[in-house]
Design a protein around this ligand. Structure first.
Ligand code: ADP
Length: 255
């Protein structure tokens, strides 16, 4: 049986200047189709709001505008994935979830059954948060935590986060030139989980803290996470396809 993994891709990886970045998007889809040969792959993709904004420039600071932009952008995003996947004779299916879906056993099971059926048929489930119905108290707010829940509740072993950063450093590499990449983390210090969120741009909502929270959740549930660059996919490729840890941070308990 194929192992199951979840790939999460951040807004920065697939967009540039608020628009979809075609060359990077193409490389990502090529990478997805390659790993689909060896694994059951679930994709969690951000980028709906940015894609919506490239169609109509509504003020993103207003929540209802952001929800509208997600509603506008989401179908285009799925369309782009399917256009590019076609080259590899594959296609994807859209699943929109809110955090509440993981609080109800019945709803989690319904979603898991659908995901299992898609995977059995070689289809790529493309998951995003349902921004239109997500109310403030129930919102994940960033796809890092959503993808950690997807990994755990849909029985995947590993979550791979493809980010604008190539791993987890001892200090913020954008502020400190001497920051050192940490290759392996087996436990997250509680104090690291409550720092101010530092996100890379106006479209991003994650930052390193949400990634550490995702890793913490997975480590506590006996699963692993790999944080690597989504701009240069070689570390992710080496790790997933060759079992070689050339770069990127692995969050996993030591055996
Ligand atoms: P994404 O769009 O993939 O979700 P973000 O841009 O939201 O990614 O988060 C990654 C950013 O977090 C990095 O670009 C980096 O500036 C910042 N960051 C802060 N502290 C660290 C750290 N210790 N290690 C790595 N990145 C960090």
């Amino acid at each position: 049986m194929k192992k199951r993994i979840v790939i999460k891709v951040g807004t920065h990886v697939i967009t540039e200047g608020g628009k979809l970045c075609a060359p990077r998007f193409e490389k990502l889809v090529e990478f997805l189709s390659l790993i689909m040969e060896k694994y059951e792959v679930i994709l969690v993709s951000s980028g709906a709001v940015a894609t919506g904004f490239s169609k109509i420039q509504l003020d993103k600071k207003i929540l209802s505008n952001k929800q509208a932009l997600a509603a506008i952008g989401q179908p285009y995003l799925i369309q782009y994935y399917n256009e590019f996947l076609q080259k590899y004779k594959k296609f994807g299916a859209q699943i929109l979830l809110v955090s509440d879906d993981f609080d109800s056993r019945k709803r989690t099971k319904a979603a898991r059954d659908a995901v299992n059926t898609l995977l059995k048929n070689g289809i790529l489930p493309i998951i995003n948060e349902n921004d239109t119905t997500a109310v403030e108290e129930l919102v994940f707010g960033d796809n890092d935590q959503l993808s950690a829940h997807v990994t755990h509740f849909f029985d995947a072993e590993l979550l791979v986060i493809l980010s604008d950063i190539d791993g987890y450093y001892d200090t913020d590499p954008k502020e400190d030139k001497n920051a050192k990449l940490i290759l392996h983390v087996d436990a997250i210090d509680e104090s690291r989980l409550c720092k101010n969120i530092n996100t890379g741009s106006e479209f991003g909502t994650g930052g390193i803290v949400t990634k550490l929270k995702a890793a913490d959740f997975l480590l506590k549930n006996g699963r692993s996470m790999f944080l690597a660059s989504g701009f240069d996919l070689s570390d992710a490729k080496n790790f997933i396809l060759e079992g070689k840890h050339s770069g990127g941070t692995l969050f996993a308990s030591r055996k």
